[in-house]
Design a protein around this ligand. Structure first.
Ligand SMILES: C[S@@+](CC[C@H](N)C(=O)[O-])C[C@H]1O[C@@H](n2cnc3c(N)ncnc32)[C@H](O)[C@@H]1O
Length: 300
């Protein structure tokens, strides 16, 4: 099966350079507020897609267990260092386009700052929908092409691409901004109801961030996030989507081994062996090493 290319973060110091030392406390706090507003207070099994170094993972503490998924093994190793290796966290290296989970498994999912890297957004959302239970909640963050700065630059002739058209814009290789209406349409066509939309980072301007205390900007942003219900002109948008209940069975295995299916042939269950999970249908072996399940490429 061919899948779109992956933006590879293997070996990246993203967490340190972008967040810890990148002057983005304002963006981080505003995300924490949005997540608190959108997340249910409790849940069973959460799927965090493109978790990176686990910056947001502690914010999902209301869920009993959390699958921390990323394509990059080194990002997951950083997440392990941050979160530890309790039963609450299951670390999975996998491509979102080839999710290694049985259908209708999760009652919650988040994908923050990741759609940004997906060349085929509708396919991405379809994969996520497949593994969600009916009535599951899905929180999606995306980079908004219809942001005020892009509009002004376009009107002043400093930017060629049109922020008003529905197509995604790839401004750097494998970095995409999306139109809010397009994202909403994709979600709806998959059976999601968009329950709430919040706009974030109203004040993502270097000068403002330098001269106004972060706490003040965060407070003002938190007041303005609600305006996302009718107008989305900020660089970052959060949507809370739920699946419309269909009377289909949910999958609720108690043993986490039974969460998985073979990403090669879709068979389940997989058989646990000493250092891998074995697919009895296609004979693929998926490594399990140092607490990380690896479903990217089968073992030799
Ligand atoms: C910008 S980082 C965001 C990390 C984290 N969500 C955060 O907000 O701190 C994007 C993450 O998405 C992951 N990613 C990109 N494409 C992916 C794919 N196809 N499958 C799984 N993870 C992917 C990258 O490895 C990276 O860790």
């Amino acid at each position: 099966m061919t899948t779109p290319p992956v933006c590879n973060y293997e070996g990246s110091d993203y967490q340190k350079s972008f967040w810890d030392e990148g002057g983005r406390a304002y963006e981080d706090y505003t995300e924490a507020i949005a997540l608190k507003r959108l997340l249910p207070t409790s849940g069973k099994l959460m799927l965090e897609l493109g978790a990176g170094a686990g910056r947001n993972t502690p914010r999902y503490a209301g869920f009993e267990r959390i699958v921390v998924l990323d394509y990059s093994r080194t990002q997951l190793e950083q997440a392990q260092q941050r979160l530890g290796s309790s039963d609450k966290y299951i670390y999975v290296a996998a491509d979102i386009y080839r999710l290694p989970f049985v259908n209708r498994l999760f009652d919650g999912a988040t994908m923050i700052r990741v759609l940004h890297h997906m060349a085929d957004a509708p396919k991405t959302l379809q994969q996520i929908k497949n593994v969600l239970q009916p009535n599951a909640v899905f929180i999606l963050e995306f980079a908004n092409k219809l942001n005020l700065k892009a509009i002004l630059r376009y009107w002043l002739g400093k930017q060629k691409w049109n922020p008003f058209t529905l197509d995604p814009v790839e401004f750097v290789e494998l970095n995409f901004d999306f139109h809010p209406q397009a994202v909403k349409t994709w979600l709806k066509s998959l059976g999601f109801t968009v329950e709430r939309t919040l706009t974030l980072s109203h004040f993502r301007v270097g000068l403002l961030k330098r001269i106004i205390p972060t706490a003040v900007l965060v407070f003002l942003d938190s007041l303005l996030q609600w305006t996302g219900a009718f107008l989305q002109l900020t660089p970052s948008v959060f949507m809370k989507a739920s699946l419309i209940s269909q009377d289909v069975e949910v999958n609720t295995p108690t043993d986490s081994i039974n969460f998985f299916k073979c990403p090669e042939c879709s068979s389940s269950p997989l058989t646990p062996k000493e250092n891998h999970l074995f697919c009895t249908t296609c004979s693929s072996k998926w490594a399990h090493k140092d607490g990380i399940y690896d479903f990217r490429t089968a073992m030799e």
